[in-house]
Write a protein that binds this ligand. Structure first.
Ligand code: NAD
Length: 478
């Protein structure tokens, strides 16, 4: 089996150690990728520096935007192939992979259109001065992404970084690097100059750590776990460079008796089942007002029992989780719930003819979980929803804010005053009132507070994060 190579300075390069790529749907090796380390990262950073000093760095904003738009077009042209590859690599249902491809294309389209619209200001100052601000790229940006939505996460960080004129060194997750490499191929076809986008595959502790610590990097955009986020921020601190951290979550869905309970039940179930619960902003705690708790959790239980797990190609409600380690981890939490006597309210079903070696976990709804229990505190990152009973609004807010995370929150109520009070009180980067996720629009700024990280990606906001503002004061006299 020929291993996939790195893409450095516009050239495919490999050789040396490799990493097997496992298809989570059947547990079989489907490909191999190059196992890069400090040497490959160093070459990629130098290629990016050369791109900044050369053709890429001299390109005007309009031309950069056109390249991004061209890449969006090529992603759409190859949508079927990319979706199949993503579904096999991550294990996600084919229709979800198809939608991920469209979102990835949309990132390049959105930021392609925005590239020439990042304006500075003029600032009223003393007579005899004109003062203005301009935005400049940081230079070489390191991007490290996780395995749950590889195409989406890559598009989310790489597109705004390129739109602002940075050169990028991307380290995809070792489990799911294949579509990042496909994207690099399309970027070359679109005409991106050599070195503007480089992809080095490898393990987190090797290639990832080398990228985070490299003195030639001027900004790091990291999406992944809190644990690794701390390492990234520490590495960035040593080089005194800015960092965006998009980390985990334990996001609450707060449901009151006056909500549209049917819609709430449907959306809450879908949000945790999607991508087998491997979504940073999955609403993984449902906090329910006491007087509807039994009725509402019985409705959720019916919905969970109707869920079906299958291979990526079977395209059912959810696929396997990404790897054996994650499978054991998620099942470990379900075992812990049983051991501690928590109520298992429902389990979803497995589809037929599933390969034994696949990493399948049945979606599980667990009731009456104490808010301080590990299942209500820790990010499980699997199709497990914990239900928590609360007396009133004040307790709901206390429980909602009672974890180390602060990524997203859903509030379900027809009382507008309560919705607004809670949306102000809840500690999170996003609040959804009577909906959850808002369709994931690329236009909507996204990020966390507390242990969920800092900085914002998506929307126009991301562009400012990938640039630095320069103030220019001109003294010309009155
Ligand atoms: P992870 O932190 O283990 O890995 C993420 C990336 O970091 C991978 O590319 C990995 O190779 C790399 N990495 C690992 N160790 C490293 C090190 N020492 N130095 C540098 N890089 C290293 O996370 P994961 O398990 O791939 O993804 C799941 C996590 O990502 C969850 O916590 C999830 O909530 C989070 N996530 C957050 C968002 C968001 O937008 N906030 C989106 C998706 C996923």
């Amino acid at each position: 089996m020929n291993a996939h190579q790195h893409f450095i300075g516009g050239t495919w390069t490999g050789g040396g150690a490799t990493i097997p790529v496992i298809n989570p749907s059947d547990g079989q090796v489907m490909a191999e990728i190059a196992r890069g380390g400090a040497a490959e990262i160093d070459r990629a950073v130098k290629a990016a520096e050369a791109a900044m000093a050369g053709e890429w760095g001299r390109l005007d904003a309009v031309s950069r935007g056109r390249l991004l738009l061209k890449l969006a077009e090529l992603i759409r042209r190859d949508a079927d192939d990319l979706a199949t590859l993503e579904s096999e690599d991550v294990g996600k249902p084919l229709s979800l992979a198809r939608s991920d491809v469209q979102v990835c294309a949309r990132y390049f389209e959105y930021y392609g259109g925005a590239a020439d619209k990042v304006h500075g200001d003029t600032i009223p100052f003393q007579n005899g001065f004109t003062v203005m601000t301009v935005y400049e790229p940081h230079g070489v940006v390191g991007v490290i992404v996780p395995w749950n939505y590889p195409l989406q996460m890559t598009g989310r960080s790489v597109a705004p970084a390129l739109a602002m004129g940075n050169a990028v060194v991307l380290k995809p997750a070792e489990d799911t690097s294949l579509t990042a490499l496909a994207l690099a191929r399309l970027a070359a076809e679109a005409g991106f100059p050599p070195g503007s986008l480089n992809v080095v595959t490898g393990l987190g502790a090797e290639a990832g750590a080398a990228l985070a610590a490299h003195p030639g990097i001027h900004h790091i955009s990291f999406t992944g776990s809190r644990e690794v986020g701390v390492l990234i921020q520490t590495a960035a601190a040593k080089n005194t460079i800015p960092v965006t951290l998009e980390l985990g979550g334990k996001s609450p869905q707060i449901v009151f008796a006056d909500a549209d309970l049917d819609e709430a039940g449907a959306v809450i179930t879908k949000a945790i089942a999607q991508n087998a619960g491997q979504t940073c902003s999955a609403g993984s705690r449902v906090i329910v007002e006491d007087r509807i708790y039994d009725r509402f959790t019985a409705d959720l239980a019916r919905r969970f029992e109707a869920l079906k797990v299958g291979s990526g190609a079977q395209d059912l409600d959810l696929g396997p989780v990404v790897n054996a380690k994650q499978c054991a981890r998620v099942k470990g939490y379900i075992d812990l719930a049983e051991k501690d006597g928590l109520t298992i309210l429902a389990r979803g079903g497995l589809g037929t003819n599933l390969p034994q070696e696949g990493f399948y976990v049945r979606p599980t709804l667990i009731g009456n979980v104490p808010p301080d229990h590990r299942l209500a505190q820790e990010e499980i990152f699997g199709p497990v929803l914990v239900a928590i009973r609360v007396r009133d609004e004040a307790e709901a807010l206390r429980v909602a804010n009672g974890t180390e995370y602060g990524l997203a929150a859903g509030i379900w109520t027809s009382d507008l005053g309560r919705a607004l009070r809670l949306s102000k009180g809840v500690k999170s980067g996003q609040v959804f009132i009577n909906n959850y996720g808002a369709g994931g629009g690329v236009e909507l700024p996204f990020g966390g507070v507390k242990g969920s990280g800092h900085g914002r990606e998506k929307g126009f906001e991301a562009l400012y994060g990938f640039g630095s503002m320069k103030m220019i004061a001109i003294k010309h006299g009155v």
